[in-house]
Design a protein. Structure first.
Lengths: 413, 262
């Protein structure tokens, strides 16, 4: 039992207000009374949530206890952010989101570190990274991993050596592979694709989407383990940079530890992809749905392939003024053969995050809505008053979608 | 000759109406239908195409309850040769770490040249098992692959990265995870479905893999879903009235001048 907290059962009326307040899921109502479990970290967040004052604290003052819980032995341990050297190096693809996402993860780490009073360490391997950009985005120091073996093994060994408070990376590209591999070698839990990270004392409480974004889960790491977290690349993108910030670059020589088997036994390049001879070839493709700034969606109500094809004409027009435009389709439109399978808007298969999503004749299945849930502005054009999708749109045009499309093509945008 | 292992998972149908179960950590499984994870379909298809070209075997590995046999049979009907089903109840309730550990025990030392799997399973969309499995095996891995060529002991894969794609080469044995676009999975024909019913599906327990009860499933998990809730919805918006032509003009004005998105 936690030493400084107790439920006063004579005061508790079992209302359950404290249950969602606890970031560590240490409270539950059992047979009409709140029960406090072992996982209580005495952070004190639950105390003000209780309307009857039934949560007893030894200090009598929740804030004092909450402060005390932040002063554990790992005060000096920093928040690590793994940044692939290539993401910010000269070899980064022009205009690619990799740099924005990498810097976004540093921004999140910065705000966590500020709240917890600790440092941010950007960790990279190889010489590719632009360290000035790492400092500007919030790093206090940069570790460059050096040693024999693949990057995940180096990272896992470095984590064992330096025991950071948490290891963070972007849930995309190389960072996704490296962080997952390192977590496996470290025997640590990894919360993948988190879209929200809260701080409670020294603890980080990440939340992540499940089932194509239709549900959200809090994930709890087992006690005493360094949590690994990868961040949804669409969510943590903005970062306040300060070009005047600087810090120390430390070259961290990693020796093969007994605990990291693959370092000794695996062939070169084990655990991560090696570049093809002549360097990795990077090229841009047609705008994929998940990279577009504007997405146009079409559904069954358009009624014909010809009407659906108007979307491509509108996309051409908009791309002249609005940047990258992609055309997506509901399952019905794909099944009807109006659009290729790649265009399917299904949250379990693709996540879009456009500034603008315009839906034409879309009735809004849960899978479709999940695919466009991150759109900033949503327009729904449908003559069907009962369309589920109108519930989530910012602007609704209650007309036949084909007719509105024709009108839009007549206007100079 | 290529001996290929394909890891598959059974997941709720993408169109299923899902709700949170009473314990608030899982979705309610009653009354929903399950399918073979769509990304795993691409992995199965790629394995079969490689076998058809170069000869060899395709073995399906699946961790999941009894109901998951249906997904295994789908993969067998597509053309896989046999399957190993980690169906024991003790495997349940685990995390990505326990899943990868169990699959590693099942796959290691069986002279596989290649492990194929989906980029992620559409239910928890964590995308970790492939990478974790590779680390456990000590093999290289490439994730989210849209094109794969295997020649001799080398695989060349196109991997999707932010804003483009990258060509990477790895030495076999390796773990490759499939992204959409890798291929067009085939629909099994009736005779293939019939034939798949007679193919071998070995049921495996933790003890068969040399794992103790504490190393698998919920008992071995280092991360747990502690709470599950529906994602918050958006509120309903503004209806733009008038004739279609006026409404079209109005919405363009709003998007340009107020929302500033075009």
């Amino acid at each position: 039992m936690p030493a400084n907290f107790r439920i006063l059962s004579e005061k508790c009326d079992g209302c359950g207000a404290c249950v969602p307040a606890c970031p560590f899921f240490a409270l539950e109502v059992v047979e009409g009374k709140a029960v406090l479990y072992e996982s209580c970290l005495e952070c004190g967040v639950c105390v003000p949530s209780c309307p009857t004052g039934a949560i007893w604290t030894a200090g009598g003052d929740s804030s004092a206890v909450a402060g005390a819980s932040g002063g554990g032995g790992s005060k000096g341990r920093s928040i690590w952010v793994y940044v692939p050297g290539a993401a910010l190096g000269a070899a980064a693809p022009a205009g690619a989101g990799a740099a924005a996402a990498a810097l976004g993860s540093l921004g999140l780490a910065r705000s966590v570190a500020d709240e917890q009073g600790t440092r941010v360490t950007a960790v990279t391997a190889g010489d590719g990274a632009d360290t000035a950009a790492l400092f500007a985005a919030g790093a206090d120091e940069v570790f460059v991993l050096e040693g024999e073996g693949a990057v995940p093994a180096l990272l896992a060994a470095a984590v064992a050596q330096e025991t950071p408070r948490a290891v963070i990376g972007v849930a995309a590209g190389e960072a996704r592979e490296v962080v997952a591999g390192a977590a496996a070698l470290a025997g640590a839990p990894l919360v993948a694709g988190a879209d929200e990270v809260e701080c409670f004392g020294e603890r980080l409480a990440p939340k992540r989407p499940l089932y194509g974004g239709r549900f959200r889960a809090k994930v709890r790491a087992a006690d005493g383990l360094i949590p690994f977290i990868t961040l949804d690349r669409h969510v943590f993108r903005s970062v306040r940079t300060d070009p005047r910030r600087t810090g120390q670059v430390r070259h961290l020589a990693i020796r093969g530890t007994a605990g990291s088997q693959p370092l000794a036994t695996a062939p070169a390049g084990a655990g991560t992809a090696t570049a093809a001879p002549g360097g990795a070839e990077v090229r841009r493709r047609n705008v994929p749905l998940d990279a577009a700034r504007i997405v146009l969606g079409g559904g069954a109500e358009l009624g014909s392939a010809e009407a659906f094809a108007l979307l491509y004409r509108l996309a051409d027009r908009l791309s002249a003024v609005g940047g990258d435009v992609a055309v997506g389709a509901t399952k019905e439109a794909v099944d009807a053969g109006w659009a290729p399978r790649e265009a399917l808007l299904d949250g379990t298969m693709v996540k879009t995050c456009p500034a603008l999503y315009m839906a034409f004749g879309v009735d809004g299945s849960p899978a479709h809505n999940a695919a466009v849930a991150l759109a900033r502005v949503v327009v729904s054009v449908t003559a069907k008053a009962d369309s589920q999708f109108c519930q989530v749109a910012d602007f609704i045009l209650p007309y036949a979608p084909g007719r509105v499309l024709e009108r839009l093509l007549e206007i100079t945008i | 000759m290529l001996n290929i292992a394909v890891c598959v998972k059974q997941v709720p149908d993408t169109e299923a109406r899902l709700s949170v179960a009473a314990d608030k950590t899982r979705i309610e499984e009653q009354g929903i239908s399950f399918i073979l994870n769509p990304y795993d379909e691409h992995a199965v298809e790629e394995a079969i195409r490689l076998k058809e070209k170069q000869g060899g075997t395709v073995t399906v590995f699946c961790l999941g309850p009894a109901r998951a046999e249906e997904a295994i049979r789908t993969a067998l009907a597509m053309g896989a040769d046999k399957a190993v089903h980690l169906a024991d109840a003790a495997f349940g309730g685990g995390d990505e770490g326990t899943a990868a550990a169990a699959l590693e025990k099942a796959i290691a030392g069986k002279s596989f040249d290649l492990v194929l799997a989906g980029r992620l399973a559409i239910d928890d969309a964590s995308g970790q098992v492939g990478a974790r499995l590779a680390e456990k095996l000590g093999w290289p891995h490439v994730t989210a692959v849209t094109r794969l060529a295997v020649e001799g002991r080398e695989a060349v894969a196109n991997r999707e990265i932010d804003g483009g794609s990258q060509v990477v080469a790895v030495t076999l044995p390796a773990v490759i995870t499939a992204q959409r676009g890798l291929n067009q999975p085939r629909y099994p024909k009736i005779p293939d479905i019939m034939k798949a019913r007679r193919k071998e599906v070995a049921k495996v327990t933790p003890a068969d893999l040399g794992l103790s009860g504490g190393e698998v499933g919920g008992a071995g998990a280092k991360g747990k879903v502690a709470g599950l809730a529906p994602a918050p919805g958006r509120s309903a918006g503004k209806v733009i009235a008038g004739e279609p032509a006026d409404a079209a003009r109005k919405v363009v004005g709003l998007l340009r001048d107020e929302a500033k998105v075009i």
